[in-house]
Each structure stands twice: as structure tokens, then as C-alpha cells.
Design a protein around this ligand. Sequence first.
Ligand SMILES: Nc1ncnc2c1ncn2[C@@H]1O[C@H](COP(=O)(O)OP(=O)(O)OP(=O)(O)O)[C@@H](O)[C@H]1O
Ligand SMILES: [Mg+2]
Length: 318
Amino acid sequence: MRKTLLAIENLKVYYHTGRGVVRAVDDVSLAINRREIVGLVGESGSGKSTLGYAIVRLLPPQGKIVSGKIVLDGKNLLKLSLSEMRKVRGKEIGMVFQDPLTSLDPLQKVGDQIVETILEHVNISKKEAYDMAAKALMEVGLPPDRLDSYPHQLSGGQRQRVMIALATVLKPKLIIADEPTTALDVIVQDRIMELLASLKEELNTSIILITHDISLAAERADKIAVMYAGHLYEYAPSDEIISKPLHPYTQGLIQSIPDVFARKEIKEIKGNPPDLVNPPSGCRFHPRCPYAIEKCMRKEPAMIRINENRYVKCWLYA
Ligand SMILES: Nc1ncnc2c1ncn2[C@@H]1O[C@H](COP(=O)(O)OP(=O)(O)OP(=O)(O)O)[C@@H](O)[C@H]1O
Ligand SMILES: [Mg+2]
């Protein structure tokens, strides 16, 4: 069995808008191993969701995959037809969307939605699919009688659990969770994260955890991938990223984590992310970077391999 489950190679995803072409994901390469939780972090607009949706090919119509490869278990997903891709979704890759209210059908009982997903992929009886759905609900800590509920009859945390049940019922190899806990209070957030971690243990699933919160990623993910303005700038084991961030952008993200106990000074990164219709030349972070040198404006640095698991894209390390 391959160690790498998902390999993204030189992926470019652009949105064609009235204002011009938004280069939302611009030449990103990233490999994710089996049984690995990878936190995908970065400020709003850095391209995290675009990358997540591109993997399952659920981009809005103006979003186009321009070039690159997305290889799941040896299979390039970009070469699959739409109907082949539909088979991959749900079965091999589960998706937990940020807002369960928009991704669950309000007019259908949650049990029917789960059963429908199951029957799309496996050839079993409706009764068997119901039993599977009930089991999936129990695995996410919901009583099976919730199968008869409509989404609006559930709390935010319960709906998020239903989304996770939907994403995991067919035991996919990969789960993409886009801000799965942003709308929830801290206690429910903790439970949901525990649940995702237990799925990794029990099902050997890999998880891409998309979050703007680098401290959440540090706590829950094995590795952290840092995106900025459509580029991947650093990728390393979480403990190494937190103890010794290399990229000035990563350093900025870590310094801006509020730390109520240490009362350390919070330093926000000055300035704002760029407009991706007209991104800065060279390193896209250079206008905000305290260490920028002339070269940073001129030329995009290559991704440098620091050690087996550690990568950074910055002239300071070239
Ligand atoms: N449907 C769309 N049409 C045009 N541009 C889009 C669309 N969706 C996203 N973008 C642009 O693509 C870039 C990346 O957006 P994306 O939503 O992937 O970022 P993100 O990192 O997920 O941000 P957030 O943390 O706010 O969810 C941004 O510049 C955004 O404005
Ligand atoms: Mg997003």
C-alpha cells in the first residue's frame, strides 16, 4: 500500500469574474499520507476552500481547474468523468461543509438523506441502508431516532454531527472538513474534533482540516499546511511549525494567536491579503513581510525541502 494517499501536484484553480481572473490556487503541490490529519490554514481568501472543493470537483461554475494533478491512491481525479467523480465523492472522499444548513436538504429527514447517499454507492436493500444510517448516527453520538428529524429540528452541533455521519458512513479514505466547528461553541467544537480524531483511529481515514485558526490545527492536526494568497508557503509537522515556524507569514500567524494565560502581546500581521486578480510580483507575502529583500519582490522562491517532512517557500532559506 502506498504511504501517500493524496498527492496534489502543481494545481492551479482560477475563477473567471467580471473583474478579471482570480488566481485563487496558484501552483500548489501537497502530499497527504494515510492516517494523517493535515490542517490547512491561512487568512480569509487564501484559497483554502477553493483547494478543498477542487479536490472533490465541486467548484462553482466560474471556478476552473486550469492545470495540475490530484492523485488519490494512484488515480488522477482530474481525468475522471463527472459520473466517475460522483462515485468517488461520498465513497472515497467525504466532505464536511462549513455550513450544514446549506448542505443538508431542509425538506428531507436526515435519515432519508443518509440512506440516499448510501444507496447511490452500494447495492443493498433500503432496510440495510437504514441500519447503516442508524449506526453512523450512533457513531457520531446521536440517538438513532434522530433519523426521523428534519435539519431545522436539530441544534447546530447535532447538524454538524449529521454532516459528519454523512461524510463517513461509507468509510471514505479521505475526509475534507471545511471549518467544521466555526459556528459552534467551544465545548461542542471540542467534541466534534474528538470525533474526527477517533474516525482517523478507527477507519484509518486521512483528514484535511480547513481552518483559519492555526491554534486549532496545532492541537488537532499531525501536520500544518500554510496557504497565503493562493500559494502554499510552509508545510511541516504541527509541533515543528509551532515551536519553530520558518516562514515569516507562519510566524505572523502564530504571533497573532491570543494567549490569555501568558498575557503575551498579540501582534497582528500588518496589512491585508492582496487582491488575487493582481497579486504582488515575486513572493506574494513580500509587501507585508518584515524581512523582505529586493529579491522577494522580483522572484517567487521555490519550495525548499528542509528535511523529510518539512518544506518552506522563502528566500530566507534558499
Ligand atoms: N465563487 C467565486 N468567484 C470568484 N472568486 C471567488 C469565488 N470563491 C472564492 N473566490 C476568491 O478566491 C480566493 C480564495 O477564496 P477561498 O474561499 O478559497 O478562500 P478561503 O481561504 O477559504 O477563505 P475563508 O477563510 O474566508 O473561507 C479569494 O480571493 C476569493 O475572493
Ligand atoms: Mg473558506
